[in-house]
Design a protein around this ligand. Structure first.
Ligand code: ZN
Ligand code: ZN
Length: 807
């Protein structure tokens, strides 16, 4: 170092030590005075500075500092850094909370100011520099240091968040979400992939390190967070745990919010579907990916007839299928048989198909279906429509209503109008009409009825090429043709009251939208299931009644509530595993068979605490008494009562009712316990159902807590033998309801019939499938162990793989 410079440094150092000495003897007031003087003079100086001067000053300061640092060895630098850090830490520790706030505020303002002056390039380079510096310093960290840094950060984040007000939390989250979104919007596809892979790896490694308690807690947090976003509360174990054994008749369990499914008052932001809080967001429109035209308001008089507010409308709704039959353009075809008896059933075997004939009836034949619409006289038309129905039906359609509906269809239905137009303008016997199977969308795929001359139907000359799914209607003759169920007119030709204008049904070319925009830029198309799930949603401003879809949705929500009450609320204690299957009775209403294995064995003496087979006291328990009377009394069935389905397969009730009276619950037998059923002589109560006085021998075993909470038919039994568990297990897994069909061949006169097993599908089950609800659930998942295969028979179960029972 040149001597002159060394001298200069020495003087500086001497001046500096003098200043330090002076400062050490300052009173706090003097210090703050000096500092504020310095701050204001420096601020004044800086405010006079031009931008160029400022840049130059900063640059020279930075270069002085960096060259000074460059001269230091690594050890010296780290020593200096740690000394600086200690000094700063000491200074900060001595600050009062007010001073700290002030300092932070000042720092934030300075930082914000200097950043606001930055050009985009400067921002980018600053960020790069910071990232590099952070990466470099982290690369040098020892594992312990890393852990320490993380711990410190987590602590400071946690303490800062603990002090946040709810409004601050919301603001922070919004800011974070925005910055994440904008950062992601700038990502290249490769960067996205890298980020995802990195995240997946870190998640995977974090999960591996989890123990069962941490995992449990995490899953519980996620599910309660999701639920709280939706405004749904899950039954929590803190209230419900073991409540089934400690049932208190004075508690109104069903009034608790955590067991209620709430009202259908959530509205989808994409498609306006009304939903319950507990329903999954994708149920209606897959989060905005499906956009279909809204259903048109039905024309009059159909609109009033569908409302159900007048006696005429009540009659119409009661006979709506018959009315529909009168008007359909296509006829329903299938191998079908009808059965009478205690529950009349209409069974169909094989495929259902819709048939269509020619525009005009063959010579000498009466007009049928479509052909009726082209009769010149409207009175004759009504008679012909009525003639489609058999004459011996109980509630037949009224002629005056048919007449009005017929007028309406002639005016509004685009197919009737178009076909009439085609007939008037072509009379050659060689002419056919073709309805395109998936007509290319004109502008939008929505097809509404526009003007009378707007022809959706192309008249073609015989012999022209067409798609195999297209509907070809000949002028005359040619017999009946099947219509492809994949044709977009399949629904509207058969169901005029659902599609009074003749709008399109499902077809292959409905595009899926990008959720974020209105453009239909994807090549993916909407599936048939998703199409109907969308169409069957209840939307704002729509009337709804007679809806099996709502039965399916409410049952699904109630079942989930029940499972939540059992698994999360732990009303029977902790559950080790469970399984359930949803089934539909022949009458169509859904029910579930649930099997539950409990962690802690239930003492046989405790059975009476949670299962009863007796009529509750109406004075003490008016609500439960009503629920049991309405839902849990079997029959009555048998010789003295009406004939019921439980007697159809044998000389006694298939369910074993009436049961024997028993003074005390017995568990000695193999299978189920014999629950206490006291006779009237022993003080057992009686109840009047359908005019019959019935006693405890008719009560289906129930759990007072579950019955009172849900007010539904819930049969609860305690299985204490492997045999009964095996039986129930088989029952739960027995597969879908099957119906046996007897089909009589038309050309056979003998008694030989073909019996074919077919699957029975009710409207309620159909909706369950359309909405994609699960029909089966079990936890933990069952792993089949291959014992005979070498090398393949190692199965390891960790403690938490057996505890994964979250739905
Ligand atoms: Zn939606
Ligand atoms: Zn019976």
């Amino acid at each position: 170092m040149p001597p002159k410079r060394r001298k200069l440094l020495g003087r500086r150092t001497a001046a500096a030590s003098a200043a330090r000495a002076a400062r050490a003897s300052e009173t706090p007031e003097q210090t703050s005075l000096r500092l504020s003087q310095m701050a204001s003079s420096s601020a004044a100086r800086l405010s006079m500075e031009s931008a160029a001067a400022r840049t130059e000053r900063l640059a020279s300061a930075a270069s002085t500092m960096s060259s000074r640092r460059a001269r230091l060895s690594v050890e010296e630098r780290s020593l200096q850094n740690s000394q600086g850090a200690v000094r700063v830490a000491r200074l900060r520790a001595s600050q009062s909370p007010a001073q700290k706030t002030l300092r932070r505020l000042r720092d934030a303002i300075v930082k914000a100011c200097s950043r606001s002056l930055e050009s985009p390039e400067q921002t980018t380079s600053r960020r790069h520099r910071n990232t590099r510096a952070t990466a470099a310093s982290r690369a040098l960290e020892q594992p312990q240091e890393t852990a320490h840094r993380r711990f410190r950060n987590a602590l400071s984040t946690a303490s800062a968040r603990a002090l946040e007000s709810p409004a601050q939390t919301t603001v922070r989250r919004i800011i974070n979400a925005r910055s994440t979104a904008s950062a992601r919007a700038l990502e290249s596809p490769a960067q996205t992939t890298v980020r995802r892979v990195r995240n997946a790896r870190s998640t995977a490694s974090a999960r591996v390190a989890e123990n069962s308690e941490v995992r449990r807690q995490r899953l519980e947090n996620i599910s309660s967070f999701r639920a709280s976003l939706n405004g749904v509360t899950s039954p929590s174990a803190s209230f419900w745990s073991n409540v089934a054994y400690n049932y208190d008749c004075t508690v109104n369990y069903s009034a608790r919010r955590d067991v209620q499914i709430g009202a259908m008052d959530k509205v989808c932001t994409f498609c306006n579907a009304k939903k319950w809080a507990g329903e999954q967001p994708g149920l209606c429109c897959s989060g905005g990916k499906i956009k279909l035209p809204s259903l048109d308001e039905p024309p009059q008089p159909l609109r009033d007839l569908l409302l159900g507010t007048t006696s005429e409308s009540t009659h119409f709704l009661e006979a709506i299928r018959k009315y529909n039959c009168c008007f359909q353009m296509t006829s329903f075809g299938a191998k079908a048989i009808s059965e009478g008896g205690w529950m009349p059933t209409f069974k169909v075997q094989g495929q259902v198909y819709h048939l269509m004939g020619s525009l005009l009836a063959d010579q000498g034949e009466p007009p049928q279906f479509l052909q009726i619409y082209f009769l010149a006289d409207y009175n004759e038309q009504v008679d012909a429509h009525l003639g489609i129905l058999p004459s011996d039906i109980s509630i037949g359609p009224r002629r005056d209503i048919l007449f009005r509906l017929q007028d309406m269809l002639h005016e509004t239905n685009s197919y009737i109008r178009s076909l009439k137009f085609a007939l008037q303008n072509n009379s050659l016997p060689s002419f056919s009409v073709v309805i395109d199977a998936d007509r290319p969308p004109h502008g939008e795929h929505e097809r509404r009825f526009n003007a009378p001359v707007c022809n959706e139907i192309a008249a073609v000359i015989h012999g022209e090429e067409h798609n195999s799914r297209d509907i070809v209607i000949k002028y005359q003759g040619g017999g009946l043709r099947c219509i492809s169920e994949l044709h977009l007119s399949y629904d509207c030709l058969q169901y005029h009251f659902l599609f009074p204008y003749g709008s399109d049904g499902y077809h292959f070319k409905i595009p899926i939208c990008q959720a974020s925009s209105d453009s239909m830029s994807t090549s993916k198309t909407v599936s048939c299931r998703a199409y109907y799930a969308y169409m069957f949603m209840v939307r704002e401003g729509q009337q709804y009644s007679h809806r099996p879809d709502l039965i399916a949705r409410v049952f699904r929500l109630q079942l989930r509530k029940l499972m939540d009450l059992i698994l999360k609320g732990q009303v029977f204690g902790r559950a080790k595993c469970h399984m359930y299957t949803v089934e539909w009775q022949k009458r169509g209403l859904p029910h579930a068979h649930i099997l539950l294995w409990l962690n802690d064995k239930v003492d046989a003496n405790k059975i009476d605490d949670f299962i009863s087979a007796e009529i509750p006291d109406p004075a003490l328990e008016p609500l439960l008494h009503e629920i049991i009377k309405k839902n849990m009394i079997h029959g009555p069935c048998g010789a003295n009562y009406e004939k019921r389905s439980c007697w159809s397969s044998g000389p006694t009730c298939a369910k074993g009712y009436p049961r024997k009276f028993i003074s005390e619950t017995q568990t000695a037998t193999d299978g189920y316990p014999l629950y206490r059923r006291r006779s009237p002589a022993e003080g057992g109560r009686t109840v009047t159902v359908k005019g019959h006085t019935l006693d405890n021998s008719w009560v289906v075993p129930y759990c007072p807590l579950l019955s009172k909470t849900f007010g539904a038919h819930i049969n609860v039994e305690y299985c204490h033998s492997v045999k009964s568990i095996k039986y129930i297990c088989k029952y739960v897994n027995k597969g879908s309801d099957a119906a046996v069909f007897g089909i009589r061949r038309d050309n056979c006169v003998d008694e030989v019939a073909d019996y074919v097993a077919g699957r029975y599908l009710s409207s309620s089950e159909a909706f369950w499938r359309i909405f994609g609800f699960p029909i089966h659930q079990r936890a933990p998942a069952i792993v089949q162990r291959i014992v005979t295969a070498q090398e393949l028979n190692a199965v390891s179960l960790t403690s938490y793989s057996t505890e994964r029972w979250w739905p």
